[in-house]
Write a protein that binds this ligand. Structure first.
Ligand SMILES: *Cc1c(COP(=O)(O)O)cnc(C)c1O
Length: 367
């Protein structure tokens, strides 16, 4: 070797590509590719962020103390188990770096969030897929691929990009079937959107066990994706590991201030949830009317099936929509090449999407 060489696994990574954000020649696009909250950030969060502009020369509070205290208060948590990150992505990648390396395995469901296999490879570990059951996390399949090399299991609940979830009872059964030294990370990025009686974001499981971590984000219902802010609740011992490896000022001052204000603006969050309930149901009804199949979702997005190939394929639909400024997420990288994922948008955006899909289907019918 005559040049510096990264550790094993890094060069096998296909870099993560975010959702499309613009179309050349179009001034306005309907961006539905990244599950950013349709209704945007709370006005109070924006005001708090603006105020930070007067003190940009000051380092942020490296312990995220006010935000952690507010989270502890809101959810009744042990503040020492709360950690904050530069997006939950940062928390996920530090956890993997700290707990899994060369020779270790990181398990995740077949259509699970791409950050898990990417994080595993960046750490030199081996990502291992577990089959799903009808696009839903399968506890039995996960337990079936766990070996003595498994160090971590990741389950997004609900999952992105499928939108499906498993019940609290199933998550408990998963943990009960894992060896105690395997970490179960429950990624509850979309928890605030879910209103099902048998769903639980994972707080009680974290408190009851030494090997469960729950991650959360301000990028979805709080509409603060641009600021990069996430948090997690974990056993204190795991929190202390994170504090050892994170940057001393990993969360910036604007994110801390806006996140705190967003958390406290309960009315804004309730309105965002109500908006999503209404328009997610409407989108699913419209798909039924158009005889388009979709994966039933409890998140703020809907994954719709197109043809596998030919004029009615997902790729053709994406091109057709993109030419009209409508940007869904192609999810071939998730092994779902016949599907497109649409974030639930504002009313006019949702109506534009359905009208354009209807037009696309008419074009392909005649083809
Ligand atoms: C969007 C998303 C996240 C959030 O990531 P951030 O880094 O907090 O923006 C985490 N997990 C899943 C499954 C997601 O879809």
């Amino acid at each position: 070797m005559t040049t510096p060489t990264p550790i094993q696994g890094i060069l096998d990574i296909t870099p993560y590509v975010g959702g499309d954000a613009s179309v050349e020649g179009l001034a306005r696009v309907v961006k539905l590719s990244s599950n950013e909250g349709a209704t945007g950030a709370s006005p109070k969060a924006k005001a708090a962020f603006r105020e930070v502009a007067e003190n940009l020369h000051r380092y942020p509070d490296g312990s995220s103390a006010d935000l952690r205290a507010a989270l502890a208060e809101k959810y009744g948590l042990n503040i020492n188990g709360i950690i904050c990150g530069n997006g939950s992505d940062e928390i996920i990648s530090h956890l993997i770096h700290s707990y899994a390396g060369a020779g270790d395995e990181v398990v995740y469901p077949e259509h699970g969030f791409l950050m898990y296999p990417l994080g595993a490879m960046a750490s030199g570990a081996t990502p291992v897929k577990a089959a799903e059951d009808d696009f839903t996390t399968s506890v039995d399949a996960i337990l079936g691929v766990v070996t003595d090399r498994t160090k971590m299991v990741f389950v997004a609940n609900p999952n992105n990009p499928t939108g499906t979830y498993i019940s609290n009872a199933e998550m408990q059964r998963l943990r009960a079937g894992l060896p105690d030294d395997v970490m179960l990370v429950i990624d509850s990025a979309y928890a605030e959107f879910v209103s099902r009686n048998d769903y639980n974001a994972g707080i009680e499981m974290v408190e009851a066990h030494d090997n469960v971590v729950m991650t959360r984000t301000f990028s979805k219902i709080y509409g603060l994706g641009g600021l990069r802010l996430g948090w997690a609740y974990c056993p204190e011992e795991i929190a202390m590991v994170f504090h050892r490896v994170r940057g001393p000022f990993n969360v910036n001052a604007g994110a801390l201030a806006a996140g705190l204000a967003a958390l406290l603006d309960v009315a804004h969050t309730d309105a965002a949830r109500a908006h999503n309930d209404q328009w997610l149901a409407w989108m699913q009804d419209e798909c039924n009317r158009l005889q388009l199949s979709f994966i039933p979702s409890v998140g703020n997005f809907l994954t719709i099936k197109f043809d596998d190939a030919g004029p009615g394929s997902a790729a053709a639909a994406q091109e057709f929509l993109s030419a009209r400024g409508i940007l869904p997420r192609g999810i071939a990288a998730y092994g779902l090449a016949a599907y497109l994922r649409f974030t639930i948008g504002l009313e006019d955006e949702n109506r534009l999407v359905i009208a354009a899909i209807e037009e696309f289907l008419e074009t392909t019918d005649g083809a």
